[in-house]
Design a protein around this ligand. Sequence first.
Ligand code: C5P
Length: 399
Amino acid sequence: MAYRVVLGVSGSVAAYRAADLARELMRSNCEVRVCLTDAAQQFVTAALFEALTGLPCLQDTFEEPVRGRMAHIDWARQADLLIIAPGSANTMAKLAHGEGDDMLTTLALAYRGPLLVAPAMNPAMFEHAATQAAIATLRSRGAVIVEPAVGDVACGENGQGKLASISTIVREAAQILSRGQWLAGRHILITGGPTHEPIDAVRFVGNRSSGKMAVALARAATLCGASVTLVLGPTDVVVPDGVEVRRVQTAVQMLEACQRVLPSADGVIGCAAVADYRPSQTIDGKRRRTDEPWSLELIPNPDIIAELAAKRKPGAWALGFAAEPADDPSVAREKVTAKGLDGIALNNVSRTDIGFGSDNNEVRLLMTDGREAESGLRSKLGVGLWLFEKLHEFGLVSN
Ligand code: C5P
């Protein structure tokens, strides 16, 4: 059965690329209905999209292609996915604030399913604190943002603001649409972010983990029907509302928080970049500078995922992540067994296009029984959805 997609087009020069997007979505087994904002109509016409999709295109709030059926409610109910591409600063701000002063924003308010937004605008507008705040709000509600690309934009500037490639948007949409409810009724525990191990009142031992992969996993797990508890180290990354978050600072706190959740977890994923060592003592107050060398004694932290894997409830599965500086899987393979896991997702952290802080990732899934799979380069959400699909295929996740 074809998926039903509503494509909202807002006012940006990139509106013309929404025509290609509509076509590509149709090639990917989607029925596409297009809704144009007033500003979008300055760039493209309803006639164009109606000719391409063979379906009526909505423009005005009170339009009713089927008489007696309010289109914004009707379309919102039927849609499997709402895509807004290009998403202008204005439309995103309105979505973030819940304004419904045109057909697209009204429809978005009446819609309950997954939302994908691909922003496109001038780089200064994209960077503006108000735009970033709107994006953060949408993310916190679970929207998937396909980040704009960096390059030359229509106004002659160079920076981040170009609509992402059509293939990227379509791939992200296809992944969301084709997800199975593999984790329906399951409770998944995920660790994420770095840990900060205090040296004194102001200093800590930590690392550069952003927590983005763990948040994407949490979002992917919810999209696949799970209830999720995310035990998250110190990071600013925005966590979607539907995810229960327990915030911690240190590895010991992370372990304790996880142990409380473990008895009800059907699956555990260790995605945190736990500091392997912590100072043997925390100095009270701030240690003053002197001209003398200073050595710090570090003691090992608990291996959280190994402890969770050992004490998980019968039938529960456990998965780790291995950030390795090279593509060599041998070290990761040893970790799967040493930590008592069912599998490990290996990512190469020496690459700058993926991993730490990036919105994309590429992992190689190594299962204890020797089975392997490679994700290819995807968004972190895409990697999360791919991972659950593989766990399903490998029989770990049974729904
Ligand atoms: O040993 P390494 O740190 O490479 O292993 C990575 C995996 O182990 C990740 O899943 C990470 O979350 C987990 N880990 C942990 N506690 C530690 C160290 C790593 O849970 N102290």
